[in-house]
Design a protein around this ligand. Structure first.
Ligand code: HAM
Length: 436
């Protein structure tokens, strides 16, 4: 856990030094925000097609929630969670992931009496070492399904994801790795055997793995240290410890995926970094990306978490996609939409009438993208700005137009003469000519 410091703000009058964003936290500028909107819309549409409903829950939760759900010995809880006391001394944390908060909300709001398919999207916070694809504030799109114990629900999640990769045109850039952790009892037998095995070779382990040996031995299997690979490959296999129910569940899931033509690799070393999983776990790996941040999506089954957090026994499964990693993968298509119309205003009277004209046009043509010049000045300066905006048409409302109750219309992309139209002629013209 991060140390909390007393909150004193060392700002003094006259301190005009540049303030910068917190390290690892990024601004998303207008030039990128429309890519985000595109992807977010696609995710929301897709979730809807599979009958998932949105849930929103707080960014801040009691620290205890994350400790009880994710496990005390996980990297996130040990090193990465942002925690601090509020003014009453209650420890709070910025959510490092969505599953815990979603489960807490589902229990507290009584959603779990029937099967639920939920999705969420929003920022998460982890105090990791920032690098490409790894940030301290990042965004996840997550799905959680409650009340379904058969493997169909994991298959459905993997189908949603495969369809998403196809929609985004990135299906050749990602691959699916799958494993089964089995049930708690078989996993703890396996853990004991792993500890025995790695203890025998303790002298060969690196510092990280030695630390994990005591606290979280399964995570040694995740090590990317090239010098440990032979040792890890020769370690006892999780599959030989699977209980019969988990084994059958995993076989059935694989059959469903084969029927659906979803390619996957069974990675026996995949264990995931959070304690709540049982049975199925999976990751979608980005080809050719460095291993530190090559997972674009991860998830699995967590049948015991709801009960562990005080709810009714409820089977559950889900996944989360890292949006920064997804957006970085997607070949971006479609440009920022330029305004259709730029409205140029003459004197004070025209400005007052221009406000009404702009609002009437927005009411009459709901898809119109209309920018009004708010800087004023000479018509030539306004026309220059109109041109720069990349709008297709300029509308002109000057003293002459106010006088004659008309509106000037000039194409900014052709050499057509300026026209003078009444309001109803203008609406008819725009309806015909603009792709609204
Ligand atoms: P996770 O593997 O911790 O799982 O995170 C899911 C995804 O979030 C990762 O695969 C990655 O794409 C993205 N991600 C994680 N940390 C960062 C970071 N520091 N910067 C950028 N992206 C990051 C979970 O969070 C589980 N709650 C998933 C889940 C939902 N399991 C069941 N339901």
């Amino acid at each position: 856990m991060l140390k909390s410091h007393s909150i004193s703000v060392p700002f003094q009058q006259g301190d005009y030094s540049m303030l910068q964003a917190v390290r690892g936290m990024q601004d998303i500028l207008p030039s990128q925000a429309h890519h985000w909107q595109q992807v977010e819309n696609q995710l929301q549409q897709l979730a809807k097609r599979y009958a998932y409903q949105e849930i929103r829950f707080p960014i801040l939760e009691k620290t205890d929630l994350f400790h009880r759900s994710m496990g005390e010995m996980t990297d996130i809880i040990e090193k990465e969670i942002y925690s601090f006391p509020d003014s009453k001394g209650q420890m709070l944390s910025l959510r490092p992931e969505g599953t815990a908060g979603c489960v807490r909300a589902a229990i507290e709001q009584g959603l779990l009496g029937k099967p639920q398919r939920l999705w969420y999207l929003g920022p998460m916070f982890r105090h990791e070492r920032p690098q490409k694809g790894r940030y301290r504030q990042f965004h996840q799109f997550g799905i959680e399904a409650f009340g379904m114990k058969g493997p169909y629900i994991e298959a459905e999640h993997l189908l949603i994801l495969y369809r998403l990769w196809e929609i985004l045109g990135i299906q050749d850039q990602v691959s699916l790795e799958l494993n089964s952790l089995g049930e708690t009892s078989s996993l703890s037998q396996y853990r004991a055997q792993l500890v025995d095995y790695f203890t025998r070779y303790q002298a060969d382990l690196d510092v990280d793995s030695k630390r994990r040996l005591q606290k979280n031995p399964l995570r040694i299997l995740d090590s990317k240290n090239p010098q440990l690979q032979d040792l890890i490959n020769a370690a006892p296999k999780l599959s030989s410890h699977l209980d019969s129910e988990s084994y059958q569940h995993f076989q059935d899931l694989q059959d469903l995926l084969k029927t659906a033509n979803i390619p996957f690799t069974w990675n026996q070393r995949l264990v995931r970094g959070l304690d709540y999983y049982n049975k199925t776990v999976f990751e979608w790996i980005i080809q050719g990306e460095s291993v530190a941040q090559n997972t674009v999506c991860a998830g699995g089954r967590y049948d015991h978490l709801v009960a562990q957090l005080g709810g009714p026994h409820t089977p559950a499964a889900g996944f989360a996609i890292g949006l920064e990693r997804l957006i970085q993968l997607k070949a971006i298509t479609g440009e920022h939409k330029n305004p259709d119309i730029y409205l140029i205003l003459g004197d004070q009277v025209a400005t007052t009438q221009g406000l009404a004209l702009a609002e009437n046009l927005r009411t009459a043509l709901p898809n119109l993208n209309l920018e009004v010049d708010c800087l004023g000045g000479r018509f030539t300066a306004q026309f220059k700005r109109a041109d720069k905006s990349c709008a297709r048409l300029a509308l002109i409302l000057g003293p002459d137009e106010v006088q004659s109750n008309t509106i000037g219309l000039k194409s900014l992309r052709t050499s057509d003469q300026q026209k003078s139209l009444t309001y109803s002629e203008l609406i008819a013209y725009l309806q015909q000519t603009l792709p609204l």
